[in-house]
Design a protein around this ligand. Structure first.
Ligand code: HEC
Ligand code: HEC
Ligand code: HEC
Ligand code: HEC
Ligand code: HEC
Length: 251
């Protein structure tokens, strides 16, 4: 509404003002109408992604100018992914995603994966695990497939990495559930008028640490993630303990 009113205002006073017909979305408008099956599929993947819901659009990753209507003008700066100039060329991908996912990128840069990707071209990059346009996170039962394509008895120096990683990802899910349950207990204690300040402190710290564990994945130091998760579990126990103490006190 406000945009419309603003444009009407401009039209009244500056008759030459042109409302851009495509706003900021020529990429989407044109691409969603392309009928080739492979292109349709890619578009649907993006459309269903968290990026699409959060307003991360084509030009954020591919460059180009979404205000231009014609393909050639819009495509200026857009290159095929096989072209080293492309923002989505395989060795440029970590830096591209890292523009918004800074912490993950910084951790990733310390990993053997990044090292082999950049020097030998064989390590995984962000889209090996998260996909390019659909943007998924990995579930424990998928690691066999995803990590196993390189870490298996035939090809890798560390075939047992997959089972270790699965165990830790499962643990991380378990810890997330514990955090959620503790949050619910905290809420009901709060409603009963208990003193929950201390428990709140523990839970806040636990959530912060859990978030850091997710980002920490990207250094692929599995032992370090496990230790940190143990720390989160301890914080949750401390939080529950202090809720119990507050309950005792109220009796
Ligand atoms: C007027 C239509 C049109 C617009 C606007 C448009 N594209 Fe495209 N785009 C196409 C077509 C058609 C293809 C298929 C490849 C071909 O045949 O050149 C394509 C291909 C692509 C590819 C594959 C790589 C390549 O260069 O072939 C990417 C990436 C891409 N477009 C991104 C974008 C982005 C980002 C924008 C907006 C800044 C955009 N497109 C705007 C029509 C368009
Ligand atoms: C979060 C980043 C991101 C967003 C947003 C995104 N893409 Fe992509 N897209 C990629 C990556 C990365 C690849 C290359 C994957 C690979 O190496 O296989 C890719 C591949 C493609 C391809 C295949 C052709 C090629 O060059 O490999 C097309 C076409 C394409 N994207 C178009 C689009 C369009 C159109 C939009 C918006 C509707 C869009 N993308 C949004 C990251 C993104
Ligand atoms: C322009 C900013 C931007 C770029 C570039 C970008 N992302 Fe994102 N990404 C976001 C936002 C915003 C979210 C949603 C909020 C959040 O979870 O951080 C998100 C969420 C995610 C998630 C979390 C999904 C979930 O379910 O929790 C993953 C994984 C992800 N992005 C991977 C990537 C990858 C891989 C690339 C590069 C191909 C990329 N992103 C490029 C902004 C970006
Ligand atoms: C070898 C596999 C792998 C690679 C490569 C990888 N990730 Fe991840 N990523 C994971 C795993 C495993 C998780 C944890 C899954 C979960 O949160 O359940 C994760 C989680 C994430 C999340 C969600 C974090 C959150 O706060 O919920 C984002 C965002 C993300 N990765 C971005 C990236 C980016 C950016 C890159 C490249 C610089 C990258 N990933 C490379 C495996 C990978
Ligand atoms: C595209 C291939 C590829 C994929 C996919 C892959 N890795 Fe790796 N990984 C490597 C390479 C290459 C190395 C370097 C060491 C080596 O030579 O084996 C490595 C090393 C590692 C290391 C040792 C890190 C260190 O610093 O010592 C861990 C841990 C690891 N990967 C975990 C994983 C996990 C977990 C996944 C799945 C989420 C995964 N990898 C997926 C190729 C891959």
């Amino acid at each position: 509404m406000t945009v419309l009113r603003y444009c009407l205002f401009l039209f009244m006073f500056f008759p030459l003002c042109v409302v851009p017909a495509f706003g900021s979305g020529s990429c989407i408008l044109c691409h969603e109408a392309i009928n080739r099956p492979s292109m349709k599929e890619l578009h649907a993947e993006w459309n269903d992604s968290i990026h699409s819901r959060m307003g991360v659009t084509c030009e954020n990753c591919h460059g180009g100018d979404p205000e231009k209507e014609s393909k050639d003008a819009a495509h200026r700066g857009v290159y095929d992914s096989m072209d080293p100039k492309s923002t989505v060329y395989y060795t440029n991908i970590p830096r591209l995603c890292g523009r918004c996912h800074k912490h993950e990128f910084l951790e990733f840069k310390t990993s053997a994966h990044y090292e082999t990707l950049m020097t030998k071209g064989v390590g995984p990059n962000c889209v090996t695990c998260h996909d390019a346009m659909s943007t998924k996170t990995l579930r424990p039962e998928q690691l066999e497939l995803f990590c196993g394509m390189c870490h298996n008895a035939r090809m890798s120096s560390f075939p047992d990495i997959v089972s270790q990683a699965r165990e830790i990802l499962l643990k991380m899910e378990g810890t997330s559930r514990k955090v959620a349950r503790t949050e619910a207990s905290l809420q009901s204690a709060r409603e009963k008028g208990r003193t929950v300040r201390k428990a709140e402190g523990f839970l806040k710290l636990a959530k912060h640490e859990l978030f850091a564990c997710r980002q920490d994945w990207h250094a692929f130091k599995l032992g370090r993630i496990k230790k940190r998760l143990d720390g989160v579990d301890t914080l949750i126990l401390d939080g529950l303990e202090s809720l119990r103490a507050a309950e005792e006190e109220a009796k």
